[in-house]
Structures are given as structure tokens and as C-alpha cells.
Design a protein around this ligand. Sequence first.
Ligand code: SF4
Ligand code: SF4
Ligand code: SF4
Length: 372
Amino acid sequence: MRKRGDVYRRLARHLDDLPAGFPPTKSGVELRILRTLFNEDEAKLALRLSVLPESPESVARRAGLSASEAARKLEAMARKGLIYRLEDEKSGLRYSANQFVIGIWEFQVNRLRPELIRDMEEYLPTLITDSPWKKTPQLRTVPVMESLPVRHEILAHENAEDMLRGQDRFLAAPCICRRERTMMGQGCDKPEEACLIMGRAVDYYDRNGMGRVISREEALAMIRRAGEAELVLQPSNAKKIANICMCCGCCGVLRTIKSHPRPAEFVSSPFRATLRQDACSDCGTCLERCPMGALTRRNGQGIELDSVRCIGCGLCVLTCPTRSLTLVRKPEAEQRDVPPTLRHTYVTMARRRGGLKFIKLVRSLFRSALRV
Ligand code: SF4
Ligand code: SF4
Ligand code: SF4
């Protein structure tokens, strides 16, 4: 007979085989998180899903369930954010595996508990550092609108407003990082509604009660407020985006990369700040604005910018009274390629994690396609 923990270990490996990974720890905190989120039945059913969306009938055959039982269980799991649901008129409801981050974790925004938050805090450094994030981040950083350098040099996928063109549905969702920090008594004064969701993902969020559908004008207003509210714009790492996060110091990703000596290596950002020390009045405003601690005051010698800490968010540029800070494009060799779609991003992530992970991803897609 299998030990109770076995299904969770298998689920952990299953999640680790997905492009974004779910790296193991010595402490086993990741298994504790899975036990809190999934009951054993749910864990077993999650093991039956791949990244390819399937109908309940198709999953039922593999899971030894009736179609109606599979439909009921899959929908209940989707409502808990444990698996993903796609719906369209042609194919009806279909379900697929969720990656842990960005995915299962963010979808727990309405199910947070202090123990779960503490476990996630413990897991976060491993999750960001040992996962494929450094090689292929899931989010990019783009400058807040007013800090953009000369407008005609900016590509459409580098301009948050341009990224909204071609999108027809928008939803404002609460930021899980901010909610976590608030629940732990470490919250900030930033607006909680800080995740802008677009396109087909709107259905999932809306059906799960994770936000409110908004108009294009409201979506644009959210983006335009980011600079003033000291929020870093982080869209999906693709030219066709699915979301824009507006992150502050509560952000688990930003907090983790800030603790590294070279945060710039963890982000995909085409720009970085430059400082004209001769023009700087030493007012100190930028020291407060920079989310990465890239700007510091040297002993009696004015302000210094450490470019390996700069993620090109533009927040310092916006409020520098002497225009000593500007954003410049990085040399081409230092700019990362931006994949055309998120599907390309995930395939790239799997490929960069090494042959075995890539083969497992392809095999899982193939198996699902054959419905075995
Ligand atoms: S990534 Fe940023 S916006 Fe998204 S949940 Fe975390 S802090 Fe909030
Ligand atoms: S120096 Fe800091 S605030 Fe300025 S662009 Fe870089 S990371 Fe952003
Ligand atoms: S905000 Fe501008 S003027 Fe003030 S210290 Fe920073 S660089 Fe200097």
C-alpha cells in the first residue's frame, strides 16, 4: 500500500515537469503546500492532466470515472484554482494542468491562510532561484509610461499602452502578494486591485470570482496610474500578453530578486537607467523610489547608480527634479528575446531546462493528444 505522502510527491514531480517547474526543497515545504491545497482525490486527478486542454469525457476515460463524475470533480478543482479551465462555444469546457507559479499560487487569492502564506514565504527563494525563472522569466519589466525615452524608439511590446491594443477583454484582479502581506500585518498602502488580466484568461478569473471585468478605458487608467503609485509594470514575457502585474515591494518576485546581488539578471527588460551625476542635486527622492536599491548615497559624494541592480522600471526617472536620471536602451547583446506568444515562452522554458524536461513536456502533450 502507498504511503499517504506518495501522491503528493508524484504531484510535486508532475508540477516540476511543467515548463515553470516546482523545484524540491530539503525541508519538504513544497509538499506541505500541496497537502494544504489538494486533497488526495484532487491530487490523483491533477496527475491525469497535461498542459493540453481536454474535455471531461477524455479525462474520465483515463481516470476511471464516469463523464459526469469527471466533469463535476474537474470543475470543482478549477474553482479552487488547482487546474485550468478553458471554455469556448465550439469545444465546450476543457481542463488542463496549472503550473504552480504563475498559476495555482496566484489563483489562491481568495483561499489564503496564515500557515499557507508562511509556507510560501519559506518556499519562494527556492522557487524563484532554482526554477527556470532566471533563464526565461515569466514576466518582463517595462517602463512606467511617462518615463519612456524618445517615443519613436519604443517597440509596441515595450509600451504598456500599446500592449492593450488588439485585446478586447479586461479584468482587474486583486494582487495576491499584497493581500498576503496585509494578512501578515506587513501590508502597504498601494491599491489591492493591481493585476490586469486580458483575453481568454478573463473567463477563468471571472468565473472564479477573482476580480471584476472592466472596460478598456479603466484598464488604461490602471496602467497610467502605475508611475504615480510607484508600481513596477510587469507584463507577461511575450509580445502577445495575457496580463500586466503592477508590483510594489510586496511582490514575492521583486522581493526575491532584490535579495540577489545582480537583480538585473533575473528580468527581461530592454532598458536601464543612467545617471548624470553633474546634474544631480542630491535631493534623495530616487533613493525612496527605486524598488531594487540600485540608487544609493555614497559617503559625501552624491548619488550612485549600480546598473546590475537596475531593472529598467523607470520609477526613478519620473520624479527626478533635475532630469539627471533617464532610461536608455541596453546594448543589443544584453536585451533578451521576447517570445511572440506565451506558448512560445513555455516551450522555451522547457527547452532551456534541459533535454529531459523538454522530452517530458512533448511526451505529455503527445499522450494527451492520443488520449491514452
Ligand atoms: S506579481 Fe506583482 S501584481 Fe502580481 S500578484 Fe505579485 S505583487 Fe501582485
Ligand atoms: S534605478 Fe531603480 S527605479 Fe530607476 S529604473 Fe532602475 S530599478 Fe527602476
Ligand atoms: S532624484 Fe534626481 S536629483 Fe534627486 S538625488 Fe536622485 S538623481 Fe539626484
